[in-house]
Write a protein of this length. Structure first.
Length: 224
């Protein structure tokens, strides 16, 4: 069934690319895909659903992936983003067609924004479940950072940039985990060096955010 939906989506995107999104009807898509109108509506509610069919399949796959136990939840979220990137890169031409169609239609851009929020919600919900006690906002921040990083690199791939590679995505996601201080054992920089120790003394009443700001200020200035 997934392959069937993908084939219909490919036929639709070819039409959207050649004729434009608005001029293309459901009947046009059904004819190009070799199916009946009723068969189309058994799988899709409207023609815009065709464009995001693979996202629905991916969200289901990611849900299954994150349901499994992972020793390093932060890394698992990043690997989920890598999985999405791999899927799109395997069908790069089709993904590029969708990108250009979506960019040309405001309503589809809005739909894509909603779709991105579903990925973020899936990631943040997983983190909160896998890490009991994790503040909700921390889960949301990390999920947003991972999703934004993935989308940036994916966009670069769509545009044919050398920055749009799987290697670069993995590099940037590692940087995200480094920023949040959630590297896994074995990651570059995960094991502190002998001189990688900072001792700071503050009044108990100092807000945590101010402690972090002052320490960062000292580190940036090269003194401790």
């Amino acid at each position: 069934m997934v392959n069937f939906r993908a084939e219909v989506a490919e036929a639709a995107l070819d039409l959207f690319t050649d004729k434009g999104y608005d001029p293309t009807s459901v009947d046009d898509i059904a004819l190009a895909a070799g199916i009946s109108r009723s068969t189309f509506f058994r799988q899709f509610r409207a023609k815009e659903d065709v464009i995001f069919a693979d996202h629905e399949a991916l969200l289901t796959e990611l849900t299954v992936y994150l349901t499994a136990r992972h020793p390093h939840p932060w890394e698992a979220v990043c690997q989920a983003a890598v999985l999405v990137f791999r899927k799109f890169s395997e069908h790069r031409k089709l993904a590029q067609k969708r990108y250009h169609v979506v960019q040309a239609v405001p309503a589809l851009r809005d739909r894509e924004t909603i779709m991105v929020s579903r990925y973020e919600r899936l990631f943040s919900d997983y983190l909160r479940q896998a890490l009991p006690g994790l503040p909700t906002l921390e889960a949301i921040r990390f999920a947003a950072a991972v999703t934004s990083t993935h989308n940036y690199v994916l966009r670069e791939m769509m545009l044919g940039s050398s920055r749009g590679s799987l290697q670069n995505l993995e590099h940037e996601l590692l940087a995200v985990r480094r920023i949040f201080g959630v590297l896994s054992p074995g990651d570059p920089g995960a094991d502190p060096a002998e001189d990688d120790l900072v001792v700071a003394v503050f009044p108990r009443s100092t807000p945590a955010a101010e402690v972090a700001r002052r320490i960062q200020e000292k580190l940036d200035g090269g003194s401790a």
